[in-house]
Design a protein around this ligand. Structure first.
Ligand SMILES: Cc1cc2nc3c(=O)[nH]c(=O)nc-3n(C[C@H](O)[C@H](O)[C@H](O)COP(=O)(O)OP(=O)(O)OC[C@H]3O[C@@H](n4cnc5c(N)ncnc54)[C@H](O)[C@@H]3O)c2cc1C
Ligand code: SF4
Length: 529
């Protein structure tokens, strides 16, 4: 009976999937409670550089409750966002629509006419997120455009569509997006800080659009509250157990159980898949979830590199996080990325970009780079301001290789039972791709630069991704999917998965707009209360 529920919908996580769900369900008259394990931030809470790890990193056991989380897994290093607004707080604002291959991919193409159905939802998502073309270019964008010309693909270069308010730099105005119903905003100052949190109120993070409007309609958003258990409730609905507080010791945080009629899992791949894997293991959880849980985890097969310039007459850190995109071939894209001046956290983690299938070859290649270019190696290692003089390259490729997420123990879980990975099907993503290296070498020449990768890539050969997807994929039945094409969990009426873990093919480009459009579609099918 309705009166016995504390909320009609409890939403686990406040990223793209969670925020869309919160607004649309509130509009439909439901009582919505969003539980978010990260913190709620004001613009002034964000750090000035990523050296301020306490404010930037998410490592709660060490007292760091920032927005950026690194998860080290055996087959991939996954980067993600935490806090009220989820990945929108830390992301680079870029909102591309994937190519046709994505919509027709065999992994989900038979479940719906995705392109036709999603197009109106992409339009809504773009409007809600305030997607707009970057109105200027900076040196890295021009370098990328030159590379496009060199490889005969100038028409495949464009400025990015981004979720940023480009008013008068630094000038605050009343809500420019929702006819006055949203918060006041200030124009982008091109400070380059989008990935450490926008201190200027110019980035269209979810707390400034979907969540803002949802809260105005009565949705409750509780920060610092982690959902730890969900189980069916006698008589219908679900008991959701959550731990609230910021204490370093989890057992000192307050635990409570909320009665929900329905639950939307929207914790992102790392949050949702790990929680559901734990719930599936135990009879007092959700043991009936499909055995496909954790399968078909994809990345954009990204290769992340940094080209450190020897020039000192340039500032590569000014601009927005990603200002342009180049489609380098039918399946691949390259974007220049930046951190703001002074943000050198990744410098000590960087090593020469040295492709190779074994650690021996990679170390030999790295050594070879030192022998061939000793001064350049040293100059890159001791560059005075890594962010100011580094053009980060994000190469993405559509590929059908997948991983499997499961629970296990290892050094990366500090030998506690936690999220781990195994290989799935298809060619596995690598930390290097010859085409990406070739593009980086071209950029090196244009910038008098030196190409680096993260040590986890050069030493361990483990690729890095900011776009982890899948793990709760769609299928026609529980035999081949965790959810149906309406995001409903097979076997449990009232449970939904609406976040990156529901993405059931490789978009090959930054995925947040697609997650938002899919969430809009899922919500459009839920009737009003
Ligand atoms: C540095 C960086 C740059 C990026 N740049 C771009 C870009 O330019 N364009 C783009 O499209 N994408 C980008 N991404 C990727 C993008 O951020 C993610 O794809 C997107 O945020 C995923 O959305 P989601 O709905 O799956 O969940 P998320 O946005 O990841 O949100 C999930 C939320 O759930 C919370 N949560 C998890 N578990 C629990 C729990 N048990 N209880 C309570 N709360 C929980 C988390 O704290 C988090 O806030 C970037 C990512 C990173 C890390
Ligand atoms: S460049 Fe600076 S002001 Fe502009 S959106 Fe990014 S962080 Fe905000």
């Amino acid at each position: 009976m309705e009166a016995t529920f504390d909320a009609d919908y409890v939403i686990v996580g406040s990223g793209f999937g969670g925020s869309v769900s919160a607004l649309r369900l509130s509009e439909k008259g439901y009582r919505v409670l969003v539980l978010e394990k990260g913190t709620r931030f004001a613009a002034s809470d964000f750090p000035k550089s990523n050296w301020n790890v306490k404010r930037w990193l998410w490592l709660p056991s060490a007292g760091c409750r920032g927005i950026f989380k690194m998860t080290f897994l055996p087959h991939v290093t996954a980067l993600s966002g935490v806090g009220v607004g989820g990945g929108s707080l830390v992301y680079a604002n870029t909102l591309p629509v994937p190519g046709d291959d994505f919509f027709a991919a065999p992994s989900w193409g038979s479940l719906a006419d995705w392109k036709r159905e999603l197009l109106p939802h992409y339009a809504t998502a773009r409007k809600m997120l305030g997607a707009t073309k970057v109105p200027f270019t900076t040196l890295p964008d021009e370098v990328l455009r030159e590379v496009a010309k060199d490889i005969g693909r100038e028409t495949s270069w464009s400025s990015t569509d981004v979720a940023v308010f480009f008013g008068e730099p630094g000038v605050t105005v009343p809500d420019p997006f929702f006819g006055g119903a949203g918060p006041e905003r200030a124009g982008c100052t091109s400070c380059g800080g989008c990935m450490i949190g926008c201190r200027h109120g110019a980035k269209n993070t979810l707390d400034k659009n979907y969540l803002w409007l949802a809260e105005k309609l009565g949705a409750k958003v509780e920060a610092d509250t982690e959902v730890t258990w969900v189980r069916p409730r006698a008589g219908g609905g679900f008991d959701v157990t959550a731990r609230t507080g910021r204490s370093l010791l989890p057992f000192l945080r307050k635990t409570r159980t909320i009665a929900a009629k329905s639950v939307v899992f929207a914790g992102g791949v790392l949050g949702t898949v790990e929680l559901l894997l734990k719930l599936k293991e135990r009879p007092d959880g959700l043991p009936g979830i499909s055995d496909r849980l954790g399968d078909l985890v994809r990345t954009n097969s990204e290769v992340l590199m940094g080209v450190v310039t020897e020039r000192r007459d340039v500032d590569l850190s000014a601009g927005i996080a990603i200002g342009s995109i180049l489609k380098t071939d039918d399946h691949s894209h390259l974007e220049p990325v930046r951190y703001p001046a002074g943000s050198g956290f990744f410098r000590p983690l960087a090593m020469p970009h040295a492709p190779g299938d074994t650690v021996g070859t990679r170390l030999l290649n790295a050594g070879g780079m030192f022998v061939k270019r000793p001064w350049a190696t040293l100059k890159a290692a001791f560059v005075p301001d890594w962010a100011k003089y580094t053009m980060i390259l994000l190469y993405m490729r559509t590929s059908e290789g997948t991983l499997r997420m499961k629970l296990g123990r290892g050094l990366h879980t500090l030998f506690r039972r936690g999220l781990t990975t195994g290989t799935g099907s298809g060619p596995q993503a690598k930390a290097w791709v010859p085409e990406a290296t070739e593009l980086a070498r071209r950029i090196e020449k244009k910038l008098d630069g030196y190409t680096e990768s993260l040590a986890t890539e050069t030493l361990l050969g483990i690729p890095t991704t900011a776009h982890i997807l899948g793990g709760c994929c769609m299928g026609g039945s529980a035999a081949n999917g965790v959810i149906d094409e309406g995001h409903r969990v097979f076997g449990y009426e009232g449970l939904y998965v609406i976040d990156g873990s529901a993405i059931s093919a490789n978009p090959g480009v930054n995925p947040s707009l697609t997650i938002t459009a899919l969430a809009e579609r899922a919500m459009s099918r839920i009737p009003s209360r």
